[in-house]
Each structure stands twice: as structure tokens, then as C-alpha cells.
Design a protein around this ligand. Structure first.
Ligand SMILES: O=C(O)CCC(=O)C(=O)O
Length: 288
């Protein structure tokens, strides 16, 4: 197994020399967990993975979390309920009727609106069109480190509030259909959680900005306008080119990322058939 870091700053690395359709050795699994804590994003190319093999691979990083309902995501099959299917087409194969951008088209960390969000996720490229969309990743630890020390201590005092159908500018995108057909909107599908705006990584001890354009609705104890301005300023900082990695998809790519340390988004809204398989995990041995 070989690791090639993408950047001098250590954000993202490509892993070669592993066939993930076969079970990982305990030694390789250990090295991959360590590499993910260090690089926050791992990319494997040229894999042939069944849904079962992807779930087995995901289990090397921790407990596989039950899928959460999200825009464009549906459970793959009853046989593999842990795996979600992220597609342009609807589950019945029809074209989407609402083509506005979705929450995946703005910067986010997955499921920030849950009290204990799954800390890790992996995506496998099954059907990949030419010309994207790509997936963009932002290094939220690198962005935090680059702030000046006073700013860092101020931010460490704050807690951000995240909501499932939220975001400081919800008009930007289409919200997912959280409710099933005929299910009354009694508010139960509207989940909310508060987390420190700066989270400390349980394995590396590094701090990172923890926020999501599509979920963060405010900062505890701060007026809405001030919270909006703060989150916008932090995004302007964290999404500078020097903190970004763009993944240009090929069929057979498998990506694993750490949601405590990164944000991600699609480079442009889906407008053509594309299928990714997705599994989310809770880190082994630590709270996510
Ligand atoms: O479709 C993509 O490129 C990104 C998917 C995404 O945002 C997610 O899986 O959370």
C-alpha cells in the first residue's frame, strides 16, 4: 500500500496498491485509519466494489451508521440497507421534476443537525458522466490554523446551531423531501442540534471549523444578522483556493473523508445521470 499526499499542507492523499474488493488486513486497516486522521480525505482509484464490499470496507473505520434521509439519496436495497444511492435520477428511474440546486451543492459537513453526527463518510463512483460535477473538499482544520490566535480563541467560545431544513440562506437550494407521501408535517422531520463552532478532533487533537451552509442557522447568544455575517466571513476564508481539493470523478473511485475536519460540496448541480454509492460511519473507538 502506498500513500501519495496531494498537497504540502497535508490535506488529502491518494492510496494505491490495495484491492478493496478483498477484505483488508488488520495492518492495512490500521494504517488507513491513521492516514485518514492525518490527511482527512483518502482517494482510492480503479476499484470494483459491490455494495456489500463497500459496507465491509466502511466497517474498517468504525460502526456503519444508519442512513439519514437526504436530497437525492435513497436506500440502495433491502439487502444492503446501510448503503445509499446518490443519483440524478429518482429511485424509480424517472427524471427529477425540481432541478434547482440541492443541499449537496453548497458547503456542508454531513448531518450537523444531529446530536451525534456520523463522523466519516465514503462515496463510490458507479456511473460517472463526462464533465462533472466534481466534488470539492475544504480543509476546515487548515483554515482554522490559518486564523490569527485571538480570532481562534474567540471562535472556540462559540456554539453554532444547525437545523435539518436550515442554512442561513435556504432560498439558495431545493430542500429534500424529508416526509414520505401522506406523512403529516408535524415538525418531527425538522431536527436541530448545537455544536461548538470549533471542534477538536478526537484522534489528532487538531481543531477545525465546524459549520454547514445548508444547516447552520445561527450562533448561540448572537443576533441573526451578526451570526450570518460571521459564518459568511468564515466561509470566505475557509474556501480560499489554498484550502481546497477538487476531486474529478472516474468510475471506480472510492473516497473516504472526515466530517469533523472537512466540508464538501458538488462543483455544480447535477443535470445528467450520475450514480454514487454512499455509506456513513462512526469512528472506531471515539465519539464522532
Ligand atoms: O454528489 C457529490 O459530488 C457530493 C455528495 C455529497 O455532498 C454528499 O454525499 O454528502
Amino acid at each position: 500500500m502506498q500513500l501519495t499526499p496531494y498537497a504540502a499542507g497535508g490535506f488529502g492523499a491518494e492510496v494505491s496498491g490495495l484491492d478493496l474488493s478483498e477484505p483488508l488486513s488488520a495492518d492495512d486497516a490500521d494504517r488507513l485509519r491513521g492516514a485518514l486522521d492525518r490527511y482527512r480525505l483518502l482517494v482510492f482509484r480503479g476499484q470494483e466494489l459491490t455494495p456489500e464490499a463497500q459496507v465491509r470496507f466502511a466497517r474498517s473505520f468504525g460502526t456503519v451508521a444508519p442512513p439519514e434521509p437526504s436530497a437525492g439519496l435513497s436506500t440502495h436495497s433491502e439487502a444492503v440497507p446501510e448503503l445509499q444511492w446518490l443519483s440524478y435520477l429518482r429511485a424509480d428511474g424517472s427524471e427529477p421534476s425540481d432541478r434547482r440546486p440541492s443541499q449537496a451543492d453548497v458547503w456542508h459537513t454531513d448531518y450537523a443537525y444531529l446530536p451525534d453526527p456520523a463522523g466519516l463518510a465514503c462515496l463510490f463512483g458507479v456511473e460517472i458522466p463526462e464533465d462533472g460535477p466534481d466534488t470539492l473538499f475544504a480543509d476546515m482544520q487548515g483554515a482554522y490554523d490559518a486564523l490569527d490566535p485571538d480570532r481562534r480563541s474567540e471562535l472556540r467560545e462559540l456554539r453554532a446551531i444547525h437545523q435539518q431544513r436550515g442554512g442561513l440562506d435556504p432560498a439558495l437550494y431545493r430542500l429534500p423531501p424529508y416526509l414520505g407521501p401522506g406523512q403529516p408535517d408535524d415538525g418531527s422531520a425538522q431536527r436541530q442540534a448545537a455544536h461548538p463552532l470549533v471542534r477538536c478532533h478526537p484522534a489528532s487533537g487538531r481543531h477545525g471549523l465546524y459549520m454547514a451552509q445548508c444547516y447552520t442557522i445561527g450562533i448561540e447568544g448572537m443576533a441573526e444578522a451578526a451570526a450570518k455575517a460571521l459564518v459568511a466571513a468564515l466561509y470566505a476564508h475557509a474556501t480560499q483556493q489554498r484550502f481546497l481539493h477538487r476531486h474529478v470523478w472516474r468510475r471506480g473511485d472510492l473516497l473516504v473523508w472526515d466530517n469533523l475536519a472537512t466540508n464538501h460540496r458538488r462543483s455544480k448541480p447535477l443535470d445528467r445521470p450520475r450514480v454514487l454509492h454512499r455509506v456513513t460511519m462512526r469512528r472506531k473507538g471515539a465519539e464522532a
